[in-house]
Structure formats: structure tokens, C-alpha cells
Ligand binder design. Structure first.
Ligand code: GRF
Length: 204
């Protein structure tokens, strides 16, 4: 058996998408990948607790503390080298990665976005704001998208999408939870396995 693709998950918040990846790995639904590193953009991210509980090395790299985008990305890159990472997954990661950084990882950075791209995406559209915009527009269906990351916010090639109904009376919080449960937490592990299998096959 060829060794699995080594996955780093970059996080900023609660880490429910990270948890979905960890649970998929524990359930044998990520046979081609192994989560070897978690990097949080802030030390307080609960996602780091989830990594600790799962026995996965976790680190906080703070853009504010480091003072520049270059130092921030160099620290992240040093961890990616140290853990010999093959695939980066952005799971609720709210910091921007520069074009220089993403250009070094063609088709090797995935992101989960809580809408059906190209709807409700792009600069400044993240978290609850995405669902507030969908409700304000009055769309009847939304969902989640996993896409490859390039220098354009939410602009990379789309890999997987899953639709979720918007129901009468939905608040942004209720809708966010439904999109997480019915789309994000299903799509991200599927995408991780798809790309990890591609990477492993590419080694033969
Ligand atoms: C969620 O809204 C998710 O759609 C987006 O980041 C938010 C937090 O995700 N990608 P998580 O619970 O930290 O994974």
C-alpha cells in the first residue's frame, strides 16, 4: 500500500469542518489521506482543542503577532515542510493567502465555502454573512462548494457542490447549521479523499 497523502488543515474558528475530516478518517472514509497537521490563524480557535483530542499536532500562527503577511506565510510554510504536507485544506480559515503562496500549491489547496459558488462568494463573504446575503436575496436553494484555491478569493476550479433548501422562517444561524450538517461536513471529507487518491496515484 502506498503511503497516504499527508494533509494539513488550516482553521480559524470552531473547527466543525475539521471535526468532520477527523471523524471521516476515524471511520475509514479517508483511506488515501492522513491528517498530520492543524494550523490555526489564532491561538483561541477551538479547532486546536479538536486537533489535540484527536492526537494531531496543532499550532497557532498569528498574522497580527508576526506583523506581516510574509512572516505569517513563511511560518505556515515552515510547518508544511516540517510535516511533509502534500495537501492543504482550508476549513473555516479566515486569513488571506497571497498569490505567491497559492501559486506554490497548484491543485493542492482546497477550500469549503458555504454557498453554491458563484453565488454569494468573493471578498468579504464568509461565515454568517454568506447566509445573510442568501436570505436577503430570497433564494430558495443554497448549499456548499469545495473548490481548489488560487489567487482569486473563491475563484478556483470547483470540485464538489451540494444543494440545501432554504425554509420559511430560516434565520442565518439556522441556515448556517443546516448547510454545515447537510453539505459542508459531507462534501469536505469526500473532496479530501478524491484529491488524496489523485496524489497517491500520481506517485505510482
Ligand atoms: C463555516 O461557516 C464554514 O462554512 C466556513 O467557516 C465557518 C466555520 O467553520 N468555511 P468551522 O466550524 O470552523 O469548520
Amino acid at each position: 500500500m502506498l503511503s497516504p497523502a499527508r494533509i494539513a488543515v488550516l482553521v480559524s474558528g470552531g473547527g466543525t469542518n475539521l471535526q468532520a475530516l477527523l471523524d471521516a478518517q476515524a471511520a475509514g472514509r479517508l483511506p488515501s489521506g492522513e491528517i498530520v497537521l492543524v494550523v490555526a490563524s489564532n491561538p483561541g480557535a477551538y479547532a486546536l482543542e479538536r486537533a489535540k483530542k484527536a492526537g494531531v499536532p496543532g499550532f497557532a500562527v498569528s498574522r497580527r503577532e508576526l506583523g506581516s503577511q510574509e512572516a505569517f506565510e513563511e511560518d505556515i510554510s515552515a510547518l508544511l515542510r516540517q510535516y511533509q504536507v502534500d495537501l492543504i485544506i482550508l476549513a473555516g480559515f479566515l486569513s488571506i493567502l497571497s498569490a505567491d503562496f497559492t501559486a506554490k500549491w497548484p491543485r493542492r489547496i482546497l477550500n469549503i465555502h458555504p454557498s453554491l459558488i458563484p453565488a454569494f462568494c468573493g471578498k468579504g463573504m464568509y461565515g454568517l454573512k454568506v447566509h445573510e446575503a442568501a436570505l436577503a436575496k430570497g433564494v430558495k436553494v443554497t448549499g456548499a462548494t469545495v473548490h481548489f484555491v488560487n489567487e482569486i478569493p473563491d475563484g478556483g476550479e470547483i470540485l464538489l457542490q451540494k444543494a440545501v433548501d432554504i425554509l420559511p422562517g430560516d434565520t442565518a444561524e439556522v441556515l448556517q447549521r443546516r448547510v454545515m450538517e447537510q453539505a459542508e461536513w459531507i462534501l469536505l471529507p469526500q473532496a479530501a479523499e478524491l484529491v488524496s487518491a489523485e496524489i497517491v496515484k500520481g506517485r505510482t
